[in-house]
Design a protein around this ligand. Structure first.
Ligand SMILES: C[S@@+](CC[C@H](N)C(=O)[O-])C[C@H]1O[C@@H](n2cnc3c(N)ncnc32)[C@H](O)[C@@H]1O
Length: 329
């Protein structure tokens, strides 16, 4: 499991790097500041950005910076008067996220028109007032579905700790939960985004026809499920457009990181994987001691070194890194 998480972490860092250009171009092209702020030629205009599933940084800060640069670029290109923009940036994650660590590491030298706030709660429900967001961003988080499908836990069915895709019933249950969760996610964002607002989505997806078990190493832990599901890119697209509230303006499938880049990322990753998975492990294995948790993450470092070749091998089937820019209609 941890090896899989490790591979995913490498993808998360990479996805923000590689999505940068596609995202900036798409935002610059699609954003219509004049129609979002028709009356704000001289008074200040607050551009509200939300990052959903921000974790503790630093990737979220990179994403937000990329977005702000794109919005400023768009504003500077305007043929008429430049808007006096200020940025309200809302960082969202689950209530048990370590927001203190997040805010302690906010970029110290951010511009003085960049205001940060934390918004705790599940992104599968409403988090912001109606028509109050101009741009939402979500990176490497949509595979965290809201729950392990109820029918599996009720029936005691298991495939692995997550959906490997090898057992058809389990895969169907996960896919169903993913579809319901995506509907909840896009319904909530459709309410929160202003008309003409944008949603930038970076996600890890499976290549068409592939199942998760083909993409890396799997270990069986008999009583531990993770609410994770990697969709095929087409499943995600269908969820976005289903209710006709959003249109997809850009979709880019990006190349996985090079073996050299993966190796570099691996070296800094163990502590960040701990940040994401420690709370889940503690919640499930309620009596686990702090020493045992430390031991798990020490073992992770060792396994990391042992399995470097499998993670970085060009023959391993890789996830697709997908960037999508959707526009609220
Ligand atoms: C893999 S991290 C991604 C962090 C960051 N966005 C990045 O690109 O590196 C996934 C984050 O999504 C958060 N998350 C998962 N489900 C969530 C939910 N329902 N609502 C809000 N945040 C959620 C997790 O707590 C975790 O911090």
């Amino acid at each position: 499991m941890l090896m899989k998480e490790l591979k995913n972490f490498i993808m998360q860092k990479n996805i923000v790097d590689t999505a940068k250009q596609a995202m900036q171009r798409a935002i610059e092209h699609e954003l219509d500041l004049k129609s979002l702020f028709p009356l704000s030629a001289t008074s200040s205009a607050t551009f509200h950005i939300a990052d959903f599933g921000c974790s503790i940084g630093p990737t979220t800060f990179m994403s937000v910076q990329n977005i702000i640069e794109a919005v400023n670029h768009n504003n500077n290109q305007a043929s008429t008067t430049k808007l006096p923009l200020e940025f309200q940036v809302s960082f969202n994650d689950q209530t048990n996220n370590d927001f203190n660590t997040l805010f302690r590491s906010l970029p110290a030298h951010r511009h003085d028109n960049y205001f940060a706030a934390g918004v705790p709660g599940s992104f599968y429900g409403r988090l912001f007032p109606t028509s109050s967001l101009h741009l939402g961003s979500i990176s490497s988080s949509l595979h965290w579905i809201s729950r392990v499908p109820g029918e599996l836990t009720a029936a005691g069915r298991r495939d692995s700790i997550q959906c490997t895709g090898l057992d058809e019933d389990v895969a169907r249950a996960y896919s169903g939960q993913f579809t319901r969760d995506m509907e909840a996610f896009f319904d909530a964002r459709a309410e929160e985004l202003v008309s003409g607002g944008l949603l930038a989505i970076s996600a890890l997806c499976l290549p068409a026809g592939a199942v998760l078990a083909q993409t890396g190493l799997e270990e069986k832990l008999k009583s531990f499920y993770l609410p994770m599901y990697y969709p095929q890119a087409e499943e995600l697209e269908a969820s976005i457009t289903k209710k006709r509230c959003f249109s997809i303006r850009k979709l880019v499938k990006m190349a996985p990181p090079s073996p050299e880049k993966s190796q570099k990322l691996i070296q800094t990753s163990a502590s960040q994987i701990r940040a994401v998975s420690e709370a889940i492990i503690k919640q499930h294995f309620k009596t686990i001691t702090p020493d045992s948790v430390d031991l798990i993450f020490e073992r992770l470092k060792e396994k990391l070194a042992e399995n470097m070749h499998a993670i970085t091998s060009p023959t391993t089937l890789h996830h697709l890194e997908v960037f999508i820019l959707a526009k609220r209609l």
